[in-house]
Design a protein around this ligand. Sequence first.
Ligand SMILES: Nc1ncnc2c1ncn2[C@@H]1O[C@H](COP(=O)(O)OP(=O)(O)OP(=O)(O)O)[C@@H](O)[C@H]1O
Ligand SMILES: [Mg+2]
Length: 262
Amino acid sequence: MSRRQGDAVIDVTELTVRFDDVLALDSVSLSVDAGEFVTVVGPSGCGKTTLLRSVGGLQSPTAGEVRVDGDPPESAQAAGDLGVVFQSHTLFPWKTALENVTFLRELAGRDPDRDRARERLVAAGLGGAVDAYPRELSGGMCQRVAIVRAMHLGASTLLMDEPFGELDELTRYDMAASVLDSWRDSDRTVLFVTHSVPEAVLLGDRVIVMADDPGRIVDRVSVSVPRPREEATMDTPAFADQVADIRRVLRQNRTEDTHPDR
Ligand SMILES: Nc1ncnc2c1ncn2[C@@H]1O[C@H](COP(=O)(O)OP(=O)(O)OP(=O)(O)O)[C@@H](O)[C@H]1O
Ligand SMILES: [Mg+2]
């Protein structure tokens, strides 16, 4: 394994993003090490997607700086070193599930490896959907194709924005287990947004806790629950304690919505 433990892959320094009168991110700093799995939780509208889009080079900062592997994120994106799963799936509608999965590798100049792509789709419970178009699939199935696509790209850094939002409870756990397996078997760095505190604790080495108005980081929690973590881990007292601690921080920082027009 070539994990360069201690090297920062993602470096966000005093990042501020303003949309008109909304301060989506207010001087956010975050460093993610090579091979680290960092999860992000926070209320709706606290800037999680804006943070991920900034790290992915899709959102320009108002102030501050983002570096991925020491360079502006656009360089990593162009080199196929950044895999991104958005909150909505963004599949290409004119391509089948299999073609969607292989296309990003082709764009990055890599072997599309159709056989492996097919295997990954089958493993994600999509064996019957390999040749289907997105319009023929449910929202949750499209989301799974998008996750498989990001894994298949083989990028060293993975940005995932609520990738399991549309999945049912059991499929959600299966996909989380497959993301964890793939992360463990690679030297991948993951930044993962979720609304679910238990999911953040199950997956993360660290949990970044955000608050809104303005969007900011209010806590960084090292997850002490040992790995490997599996479904039964969620029934342990250590897991429950950590979830309760994070929920407490979220509650303490909850703002009343004084902006009814927002
Ligand atoms: N392109 C944009 N133009 C104007 N305002 C925006 C834009 N993108 C985001 N915002 C605003 O910035 C704030 C943060 O939005 P963001 O989508 O990052 O939140 P979030 O934490 O991802 O929320 P959710 O959990 O609902 O996905 C919100 O107030 C949102 O309305
Ligand atoms: Mg979002």
